[in-house]
Ligand binder design. Structure first.
Ligand SMILES: [Zn+2]
Length: 300
């Protein structure tokens, strides 16, 4: 077992060196190589797959747990993206989903939820509790209730344990946001997921008020950040970026989107701290985290 662990550590170290050396995009492993690497990897590992769902968010987290790995899905892309999320879940060997997090009720985050719920047993849904008067949200909400999936409204300050990872809720606060101009975005569920010394921060579509709130609650540097609001400049908040100092940032964004995402300022400021990946150019981005470090691979 020790030899296996050491092999994994050397592999991760090698990958990190490759990344630091500039990570030639042409050298990224193919999907098949990646799946082989997943199978031989050691225990206690967390895989974080940012799924290329076009203009929208979806992130799958798999935590090793003996025969039945723990799966969390954070957002499910837009309406026609359920298939891509399910395909990635299948690739990762998903049997059921312990937690489905819907960060907020916008269609580009909940659209594929029906398909995911149809295909997999979901133990629990986490949400902000803020709904939206849209067909997309009404359909999703009804589907959750029809399947009798327990719903948990999470709030900043709460802590949970997902197998070997600890999970802290950083947003929204109890009072929620109103009158901030983009209340649902600012009420997004934000999760800090830590495995050993490695931190992953998932931010939904929070904009400046929510980011300033989190800075006021003390934020520490993280290894991996899912950039807020598809990397749009409306969500650019320098004090937040300076607090989290992301070594790796992932922007979930569709090619040629009409929103102008990601913004130039956001790209520049995230790039000042580390490597920036974006799903429109890199495709699926997979971060593998274990006690010895982390590595990043992308489809392109
Ligand atoms: Zn969004």
């Amino acid at each position: 077992m020790m030899a296996q662990r050491r092999t994994t550590a050397v592999l991760v170290l090698t990958l990190v060196i490759v990344l630091i050396a500039g990570c030639g995009k042409g050298e990224a492993p193919t999907k098949k190589q990646e799946s082989i690497r997943r199978r031989v990897s050691g225990e206690g590992e967390m895989i974080v797959a940012f799924v290329d769902v076009g203009q929208g968010d979806s992130c799958i987290i798999r935590l090793e747990a003996g025969d039945d790995d723990f799966f969390a899905v954070v957002d499910t892309g837009k309406t026609n993206a359920g298939g891509e999320v399910v395909e990635e879940l299948e690739d990762l060997g998903c049997d059921d989903i312990e937690v489905l997090v819907l960060t907020h009720p916008d269609f580009d985050h909940i659209g594929g939820a029906n398909e995911v719920i149809e295909k997999y047993k979901v133990e629990e849904v986490w949400e902000s509790g803020v709904g939206k008067d849209t067909k997309a949200w009404e359909t999703t909400s009804a589907a959750i209730d029809e399947k009798k999936i327990p719903r948990r409204q999470v709030r900043s300050g709460e802590s949970y344990q997902w197998e070997s990872a600890s999970v802290k809720v950083l947003n929204p606060p109890n009072g929620l946001y109103s009158g901030t101009g983009a209340d649902e975005n600012n009420d997004s569920v934000v999760l800090l997921i830590s495995l050993g010394e490695q931190d992953l921060l998932l931010t939904g579509d929070v904009e400046v008020p929510a980011q300033e709130y989190m800075v006021s609650q003390r934020l520490s540097p993280v290894e991996v950040l899912k950039a807020p609001h598809h990397g749009g400049d409306s969500a650019y908040c320098q004090s937040f970026i300076d607090a989290v100092k992301p070594q790796v940032s992932v922007i979930l964004v569709g090619a040629d989107n009409t929103y102008g995402h990601p913004g130039e300022t956001m790209l520049r400021e995230l790039g000042a701290y580390g490597q920036v990946y974006r799903t429109d150019t890199n495709g699926n981005v997979v971060v593998t985290i274990d006690n010895s470090g982390y590595s990043v691979t992308s489809e392109r």
